[in-house]
Design a protein around this ligand. Structure first.
Ligand SMILES: *Cc1c(COP(=O)(O)O)cnc(C)c1O
Length: 470
């Protein structure tokens, strides 16, 4: 596969370069494949449910062709995904895609585990470790730490702002041993990010240590997230024949979004032939993308804190990839968009529980409410000429081409449940007066010893520590 750059289409590079560099430092652009080959019809036409790993392997193949042979790719997929992506029916027209069955109970495990194994693969034969530096405000750090833990040839240093992540997040970040460690920085997330960025531009440091990053802009995190869209849309289409008595459903992926990496992966799956008709881009109060769809003007802004805090992003990095793939008109045809404030998030968790018995987390709740509003007259109002106010929570005044499918009750929603509700116990308990059951793997991490290393917000101290300890 040839990869290019969102800012310069004359750039041509391979998968290894895209993975190891993360982004193109010369242009500041993001790597993107030059084509999205269709998955073989023997997968997309079959009426029995596929296996997740088979789909994953077939979808990954063209993106690593000539760089990772089939048997090595199969081993990477096998090792990365010992857990399922579960699709659960919650009512006659709605499914929840549970992406929290991985080790850290959030969807980022899917991308991070593939990235870790791809990086390790490309580092074979080097005689020194590749050092990954990652700044986190909470969830990314644990997914990356867990994904790279004990992966050969790689070494991870996580920086997080002391006192600014939840107790559970801190445990998930700071209890690794061996090749993964965490520094608790006396500062903010932005300070952590700045320390990491300064290290990357420090020529003296880079001459001594091989450094790389593991953030969400890396293409090796996006590609594997497309696997579960393909898998789940096929499962839902098959189930629809059996259970919903809808022969040709319009499948809509409802995606709670922050940086829009997850949604971009959905676009890739659709390009590759997943039976997905459209998307709902659902955000919390950080409504940069819904505003763009409403007004046509993209305006990055500072992020605002919400209950769905893994989506607190004011300048979504994958806007750049979406723009490289589609025009604004195409986006408006393909996407409904929606945003929800904190009160709405609590009300949605309760509404989902009361109506279906399903306990949804604050991120998934944004998707649940978007889908409910769409099914309960949201599109009728827009169709009848009601203008809608994009500065108020709710559906963005934009009718995607598939709206009639919803009016005809021919549309099935897949709501992506991006985290386990027990990771946000307090918010969930506030909404429904009961505490979600904590999975064993989260319970266990709470018992582990905290190993975080204290660090001043000082580049010279950070650098000294890196040189002394890596
Ligand atoms: C990271 C994250 C999101 C946002 O995903 P993007 O790819 O950044 O849009 C949503 N929910 C949870 C739980 C997350 O951890």
């Amino acid at each position: 596969m040839v990869y290019t750059d969102t800012r310069d289409a004359s750039v041509k590079t391979d998968f290894k370069t895209a993975v190891v560099n993360g982004m193109n430092e010369k242009t500041g652009g993001l790597y993107i494949p030059t084509s999205f080959p269709k998955l073989d019809a023997s997968f997309t036409n079959r009426t029995t449910d596929p296996s997740f790993r088979d789909i994953a392997f077939e979808m990954a193949k063209p993106y690593v062709a000539g760089e990772i042979p089939d048997n090595d790719l199969a081993a990477i997929i096998q090792d990365a995904y010992p857990f399922p992506a579960k699709t659960v029916a919650v009512d006659s027209h709605s499914y929840v895609l549970e992406l929290f069955h991985g080790p850290t109970c959030a969807f980022k495990d899917f991308g991070a585990r593939f990235m870790a194994r791809a990086m390790s693969y490309f580092n074979r034969g080097e005689d020194s470790a590749l050092h990954i530096l990652v700044a986190t405000s909470g969830d990314t750090g644990s997914a990356v730490g867990s994904a790279f833990h004990n992966v050969p040839g790689l070494d991870v240093t996580i920086l997080y702002p002391e006192g600014k992540v939840s107790k559970l997040q801190e445990k998930q970040l700071s209890t690794f041993d061996g090749n993964v460690r965490a520094l608790k920085v006396k500062g903010t997330f932005d300070d952590c990010q700045k320390l990491v960025k300064t290290a990357f531009t420090d020529a003296e440091l880079r001459a001594k240590l091989r450094l790389s990053s593991a953030n969400s802009i890396n293409i090796s995190r996006l590609l594997p997230q497309s696997f579960y869209y393909m898998y789940s849309s096929l499962v839902v289409r098959n189930a629809s024949w059996r259970n919903n008595k809808i022969e040709k459903p319009a499948i809509i992926a409802v995606v709670p979004s922050g940086n829009f990496g997850n949604l971009t992966s959905g676009l890739i799956a659709r390009e590759m032939g997943a039976p997905i008709t459209g998307f709902v881009a659902a955000t919390n109060t950080n409504r940069t993308i819904p505003d763009w769809i409403a007004t046509g003007t993209y305006e990055a802004r500072a992020s605002v804190e919400t209950y769905a805090n893994a989506m607190d992003v004011g300048a979504p990095s994958n806007y750049e990839r979406i723009k490289a793939m589609y025009t604004l008109e195409q986006v408006r045809a393909l996407f409904a968009s929606y945003w929800l404030d904190n009160d709405g998030i609590l009300a949605s968790i309760k509404d989902c529980f009361d109506r279906t018995g399903y306990t949804i987390d604050p991120h998934g709740a944004v998707g649940w409410k978007a889908w409910s509003d769409i099914r309960n007259g949201g599109f009728e109002k827009l169709k009848n000429g009601e203008k809608g106010d994009y500065t108020k929570p709710g559906l963005t005044p934009n009718l995607p081409v598939w709206y009639q499918e919803v009016l005809n009750k021919n549309a099935l929603g897949i709501i992506l449940e991006t985290a386990h509700p027990a990771k946000f116990s307090e918010t969930v308990a506030n909404a429904i007066n009961r505490t979600p059951v904590v999975p064993d793997r989260l319970e266990r991490v709470l018992q582990l010893e905290d190993r975080a290393i204290p660090m001043e917000n000082s580049y010279s101290q950070f650098k000294e520590w890196l040189l002394a300890n890596l």
